[in-house]
Design a protein around this ligand. Structure first.
Ligand code: PEP
Ligand code: MN
Length: 329
């Protein structure tokens, strides 16, 4: 964005305004005075920023990389609808929605029983991986796409919505058929052909942040979904690669908060994958709720000893219930 001052006397006012707004800028012309303004990393949407400085002179906006995202309004709401449950309204700075369930569906985990229990404690969305992105090809890869249907049955029989991951483009048609929300996993955040295909569906999409992605890369991945016409996009922070060895990843609550403020899309927090540690899940979840995130996602398994993935971070249903009692509002 370029700001050309109407007169030289406004230099001090323009400079102090830009600093007060926290906007990265430089003077690139002196007669008239011209400021080059970096909007890409600003906490303000380009239109809002232009409005804040338009009295100083002429504002010229360049073509941006995220024109659709930049039109999303603060408080953008994603509504998850289905016949089996009441509509779920997902947005920031409102009641946080709870998503819970096992990392993956497996034979040691009666998903119908889990769904009934979760419904009782106030959870609205049942999660359960059917096709799992595993670090090693020798680890459990999931039960396959048939799992989508099982998850749906368990969720809908109990008045819950369901979410599971589509790992590849081949999964999309079944995912659209059976799931209420489709998850794009961290490893697929920049799988642009998958994003485009999901963008052509009209299903709500939960877009997880890749552990090594910048906020801007995450935002531009969302732009891919929007560019195909799907604005039912929920972002999900699940931890980035940090310095610690004690934790699985680093939960970037500040980065997620920036996304809420700058882009307006609902942001959920997944403390389970971010920490990998059930002992600190409650405090991280409390923090996420206090910060006005649209929802929290937590892994639970009735028999973690037999969980085929992510056993260490799985809360027992009883611990989840206690946590929900203390934090849900
Ligand atoms: C998951 O939700 O189980 C999962 C694999 O998440 P992520 O893509 O964030 O690792
Ligand atoms: Mn998991």
């Amino acid at each position: 964005m370029v700001l050309t001052l109407s007169n030289r006397e406004q230099f001090r006012e323009a400079k102090s305004r830009l600093i007060a707004l926290g906007i990265d800028h430089q003077v690139v012309g002196t007669d008239p005075i011209v400021f080059q303004i970096n909007t890409e990393f600003s906490v303000y949407r380009p239109d809002d920023l232009a409005e804040k400085i338009s009295d100083l002179g002429q504002v010229l906006a360049h073509a941006e990389k995220s024109p659709l995202l930049d039109k999303i309004q603060p408080g953008h709401e994603v509504v998850v609808e289905g016949n089996a449950f009441s509509p779920i309204r997902i947005k920031n700075f409102a009641k946080s929605i709870w998503v819970a369930g096992p990392c993956s569906l497996d034979e040691h985990n009666d998903i119908f029983e889990t769904a009934a229990f979760l419904k009782k404690i106030g959870v609205q969305i049942l999660r359960g991986g059917a096709i799992k992105p595993r670090t090693s090809p020798h680890e459990f890869q999931g039960v396959g796409r048939e799992g989508y249907q099982v998850l749906q049955k368990a969720a809908h029989a109990n008045g819950l919505a369901c979410i599971s991951e589509a790992l590849s483009e081949d999964d999309v048609s079944d995912a659209v058929k059976y799931l209420d929300i489709i998850q794009v996993g961290a490893r697929n955040m920049q799988n642009f052909s998958l994003l485009k295909k999901l963008g052509r569906s009209r299903k709500p999409i939960l877009l997880k942040r890749a552990p090594g992605a910048t906020l801007r890369e995450w935002a531009l991945a969302a732009e891919y979904l929007l560019s195909e016409g799907n604005d039912k996009v929920i972002l999900c922070e699940r931890g980035v690669r940090g310095l610690e060895r004690e934790l699985r990843y680093t939960l970037d609550l500040a980065g997620a908060s920036f996304m809420q403020h700058r882009y307006g899309l609902p942001v959920m927090i997944d403390p389970s994958h971010a920490t990998g540690l059930k002992q600190i899940l409650e405090s991280c979840t409390a923090g996420a709720i206090a910060m006005g995130f649209a929802g929290v996602m937590l892994e639970t398994h009735p028999d973690p000893i037999h969980a085929k993935s992510d056993a260490l971070q799985a809360l027992s249903p009883q611990s989840l219930a206690k946590m929900a009692e203390r934090l849900m509002r």
